[in-house]
Ligand binder design. Sequence first.
Ligand code: NAP
Length: 310
Amino acid sequence: MFGKKKQVSTINKEQLELIKNAQKRIRQKKRLYIHFVIFIIGAVFLTIANSVLGIGEDFTIAGVNWIVYAILAWLFLFTYHFISVFITHKFMGKAWEQQQLEKLVNQQQERIEKLKEGFLKEEHKIVQSQAYKEVQVEAKADKNKKLNELTIIVAAGEDNAIGKDNDLIWHLSNDLKRFKQLTSGHHIIMGRKTFESFPKPLPNRTHIVITRQDNYKAPEGVIIVNNLEDAIDAARSDKQPFIIGGGEIYKQSLDLADRLEITRVHATFDDADTFFPEIDQTQWKEVNRVTHDVDEKHAYPFSFMTYLRK
Ligand SMILES: NC(=O)c1ccc[n+]([C@@H]2O[C@H](COP(=O)([O-])OP(=O)(O)OC[C@H]3O[C@@H](n4cnc5c(N)ncnc54)[C@H](OP(=O)(O)O)[C@@H]3O)[C@@H](O)[C@H]2O)c1
């Protein structure tokens, strides 16, 4: 039903050439063999004709019978034939050998080119992956890199007192001026209670008020958030957002801040109810201090001190 499967020739041009040459070689050897047999028979025949039948018995060259010359001449021809088959035209000939050699060289060169190409591709991939890794590392570093300098600004007594009954304990004119000068044009982050201690929002600053209340109402332009992280996020466009208090917010943000601007009031305040957290001197280094004495506008001596995180 299915018949015989048709044989598909798998012999290529090169194999065909090899077969042809092998056949040619067989023919060459066959001819040499026939030549050898004819030579033996011929030599025997000539010897018999000369010595038995006496043909050309008297014909000599330089004293040697002609038959010796004839057999030697034939032997020479046979030797030439033999050399031509087994030495001169060995296997498929010089041209064929040269052709095969060139073919081999070309194949090797092609292989080298392919290997080179593969190597270059591999190298490209490695370089790309390395570059990718570097870009990733840089991107990660950029992500981790803080884009702004979160700054805490506070006025605190020697005992870290900062307020009482939701108000400041002192009135220091130069401190207020400095507060205005440093914070103007920036985002100011504060707890709800500090915000409520102001008669109205401070001019020329973006207020961010932190409260746990859901529907806290504030004047237009005041940003209300429900936690410190959102407050910092809301100020991300600012190169130097300020945390301006009060006690609860200072406590939560001290570990996150990069810079402290402290007005240290050189006095203690026993009746204070709100305090700034202790500054860990191992974490912070003082980089600037400007001291101010008591005068008619300032009831306490104080120092403007700047700390940077170590
Ligand atoms: N000396 C200074 O430089 C200085 C500066 C600023 C303030 N102060 C003084 O500090 C005092 C006020 O400080 P304070 O500690 O009482 O209050 P505050 O820190 O100003 O505000 C506390 C309020 O913030 C909200 N809050 C705090 N943490 C929160 C969180 N993690 N998530 C959501 N909301 C959060 C809560 O609001 P809700 O209750 O609405 O949820 C909380 O009641 C006042 O006496 C003020 O005059 C002094």
